[in-house]
Design a protein around this ligand. Sequence first.
Ligand SMILES: O=C(CO)[C@H](O)[C@H](O)COP(=O)(O)O
Ligand SMILES: [Co+2]
Length: 216
Amino acid sequence: MVKVAPSILSANFAKLGEEIRDVEQGGADYIHIDVMDGHFVPNMTIGPLVIEAIRPITKLPLDVHLMIEHPDHYISAFAKAGADYLSVHVEACPHLHRTVHFIKECGVKAGVVLNPHTPISMIEHIIDDVDLVLLMTVNPGFGGQKFIHSVLPKIQRVAQLAKERNLSIEIEVDGGVNAETARLCIEAGANVLVAGSAIYGEIDRAAAIRAIRGKK
Ligand SMILES: O=C(CO)[C@H](O)[C@H](O)COP(=O)(O)O
Ligand SMILES: [Co+2]
């Protein structure tokens, strides 16, 4: 079953509540929230306060993508704010095992994220402990970028690892996802598709979500 996670990065922040309700009514499965610190990535977005404000306005799980240095310092704040999934970049976590287990101790599902150039071998010894693997198909920091096709074999490799080890993890893809690239990701084995501009750039968000899911 393919899930769609609209990224609010491309939403109108002046009416964020309405923008979230719109995609919930349009059939979204998760709300994807991009947290950027201006250090790990060259852009700044939102913190726990905004997540706390969003929490009561939707029943959907909040899928929080941390693009920040020293994520351990902020994990409990994001957990208290109402995150359902907290995903950290392996490139930002020298003690990834500790970080993943700290997320779980905070009562939140744990995800690990790989930049386009980062090999799957980086998560071979942690994949059994996580709930979600997120593969970046753009270099993180901005919405509206072009999908990097060379990540597709990495999706296949994660799907293969999950099968070999009998893991029921979410395999999520983020960056440049539209109806056409979504199809390639699903074929490669992804089951959660993040999309910002391809959903919030359209007037009919329900139709955009259906198109990404591969339904008319
Ligand atoms: O993590 C992200 C960027 O770092 C965003 O989730 C992603 O870019 C979504 O935007 P789009 O679908 O427009 O590429
Ligand atoms: Co993201």
